[in-house]
Design a protein around this ligand. Structure first.
Ligand SMILES: [Ca+2]
Length: 599
């Protein structure tokens, strides 16, 4: 009916404006409509409605003018101009406009057939970030921007890292391979290009995007810099790894410190040939980009503004190094919290019956290396509060940087054309089990945040199914329309994001190794919806390929329904023997490359 009315209307002088209004309804409104439309022309197919409208309006107007023209030529030449109030030049213009209107829909059809522009990807990783975020249910933390991202995306609430350590977890996610496939279990003692030494042919996640037409670029800690070449794995990026810009005149000391007294002390110690460590926390009243992550965010925003104007889509990888130790953030983020009101870990003992020397072998060593932390013994409560306060300030600092990047996408008109993947590389014990750090197979180290928003996928979904960081690689490929390489070991999360499925894995697999030589140990943890089973075996890391033992040195079982704080290892309880057997069967199924277990 509406089309018919436009047909009738087009015969009249106001017909063109009516069609024009109808066509304009198909164009998104708003202040950036023109800009937005120009981007959509490249990125999205032209809808049926404007194409049909264009064809109809073009034909109707052409034939209407043809009828008018016949009337025109039927008049005596002397009367033509007077009769219609129109000159010969205008007459030719009318024909030109009509002809253009006839061609316009053909151009639109051509645009509909043109290849879509793929969505951009903003890939953000925050170092050592446990899911201490509002969108993960922590009411007292201030993370409004990440919460806003969660509201427009999918929050994976039971997501687990493959290794709770910087280099191997990133190595795994970015190659799409499990640690037992990469052989990368620990941070290396010294920098070397382990990625291309061990896996010369592997196609990394950003490399796959680069190979499919993307601008790819990294800023700061995406891979762990100790495991790749000077170009941060140059093969992965179309725009080389480069420095980020700090606020004018700002140059933090190693470790990121900006407090003048700390900088002087560290510099003096270095001059004397006796380098020393700084404090575990710092809170200078300086701008965000006087510390590294703020500089990285400002530089990333600049890159977004550059890349948003390109014909190619971009994959921008931004690595923030907080809340990794030392807990350094501008004072304004510390001021968001009342230290006395902050909660401390509710259970600070080791799990009863757990193999403590295996399970907590790092003994909070990373924290204790800082100048103001006692080398042994419990961390006093006042210091615990300061550390929790510092971690929270760092989370809010990173949250603000994420907010800056989201705002920049919006300002550039590409927010609706950009996938955002935000993740913390692994969890962290903030005093849980008396441990301060990562490097365990327990819930606080293994569980890590993952939030993905994507064009065309409804927001605000919370996925409680078990997921792994390994799943990120195929998920981003599928969301972007990039092929998923055959080597990838994870599974796509897209069905969970779309609500088409509510489960994916029988268990999430995390592992932790000790030692680098012949007498090493490996503990594999399988996390099921209710339980965690851990099995420790001997490992010989002295050869290129590790050799694992066939005897379980120790086993652990935790029931998160009855014991969410992991107070007690149930593996040796007689009444849980059947449960252990069930989990061992699943363990064997998930880790078929291990030698058969000898009882
Ligand atoms: Ca880390």
């Amino acid at each position: 009916m509406r089309i018919a009315s436009h047909l009738r209307a087009s015969i009249k002088p106001e017909g063109f404006s009516a069609i024009s209004r109808w066509l304009s309804e198909a164009t998104p409104p708003g202040p950036n409509a023109a800009q937005s439309r120009s981007r959509r022309d490249r990125s999205k197919p032209v809808g049926f409605r404007p194409v049909l409208a264009g064809i109809l309006s073009g034909c109707v107007s052409f034939f209407a003018r043809l009828r008018w023209c016949r009337s025109f030529v039927a008049q005596p030449p002397a009367n033509r101009s007077d009769a219609f109030g129109i000159t010969g030049i205008a007459w030719r213009s009318v024909f030109a406009i009509s002809f253009a209107l006839l061609l316009a829909p053909l151009a639109a059809l051509h645009a509909a057939d043109a290849p879509r522009k793929k969505p951009n990807v903003l890939f953000i990783v925050s170092d050592d970030l446990k899911p201490l975020l509002g969108c993960y249910g922590t009411s007292w933390i201030k993370s409004p921007n990440i919460d806003r991202l969660a509201a427009k995306g999918t929050t994976f609430t039971a997501n687990y890292c493959q290794v709770a350590f910087c280099a191997p977890t990133r190595f795994s996610l970015l190659t799409g391979l499990r640690p037992d496939s990469t052989g990368m279990y620990l941070n290396p003692d010294q920098s070397q290009d382990l990625l291309r030494t061990r896996l010369p042919e592997v196609v990394t996640l950003p490399q796959q995007f680069k190979n499919h037409g993307y601008i790819t670029h990294p800023l700061h800690k995406v891979f762990d810099g100790r495991t790749v070449d000077q170009g941060h794995d140059a093969a992965s990026w179309s725009v080389p790894y480069g420095p980020w810009e700090m606020a004018p005149g700002e140059k933090p000391a190693p470790g990121g410190y900006q407090d003048p007294a700390t900088k002087t002390r560290l510099a003096d110690a270095l001059k004397k040939g006796n380098p020393t460590s700084g404090p575990a926390t710092e809170a200078c009243d300086i701008p965000d980009n006087a510390y590294h992550d703020g500089g990285v965010a400002h530089t990333a925003a600049k890159r977004i503004r550059e890349f948003a104007n390109k014909e190619q889509p971009f994959f921008l990888a931004v690595g923030f190094v907080k809340p990794h130790l030392p807990f350094i953030a501008p004072k304004k983020y510390w001021d968001l919290y009342d230290r006395a009101a902050l909660p401390l870990a509710p259970f600070q003992q080791l799990p009863q019956g757990s193999p403590h020397d295996l399970a907590f072998y790092s003994h909070s060593g990373e924290l204790r290396a800082y100048s103001d932390i006692p080398k042994t013994g419990l961390i006093p409560e006042a210091l615990q509060r300061e550390l929790v306060h510092g971690y929270a300030a760092c989370v809010s600092y990173i949250d603000a940087q994420v907010g800056l990047l989201m705002q920049t996408l919006a300002d550039c008109g590409v927010a609706d054309d950009t996938i955002i993947c935000f993740w913390g590389d692994h969890g962290w014990h903030l005093g849980e089990h008396g441990h301060w750090g990562k490097l365990t197979n327990y819930e606080d180290a293994a569980r890590a945040p993952l939030i993905i928003s994507a064009p065309g996928v409804a927001g605000g979904r919370r996925v409680t199914a078990l997921t792994e960081f390994l799943d990120v690689y195929p998920t981003l490929c599928e969301l972007a329309g990039v092929p998923i390489p055959s080597h990838v070991e994870g599974k796509t999360l897209v069905p969970l994001m779309r609500g088409d499925s509510d489960s994916l894995h029988k268990a999430a697999l995390t592992q932790m190794s000790h030692g680098r030589g012949k007498n090493g140990t490996m503990g594999w943890s399988i996390r099921t919806p209710r339980y965690r089973y851990i099995e420790w075996r001997a490992a010989d890391f002295s050869a290129d390929k590790p050799v694992f033992g066939n005897h379980a040195q120790a086993t652990e079982l935790y029931d998160y329904e009855s014991d969410p704080l992991e107070r007690e290892n149930l593996a040796e309880k007689a009444d849980r023997a059947g449960l252990v057997k069930q989990h061992q069967a699943l363990f064997d199924q998930l880790l078929p490359h291990l030698p058969k277990r000898l009882e």
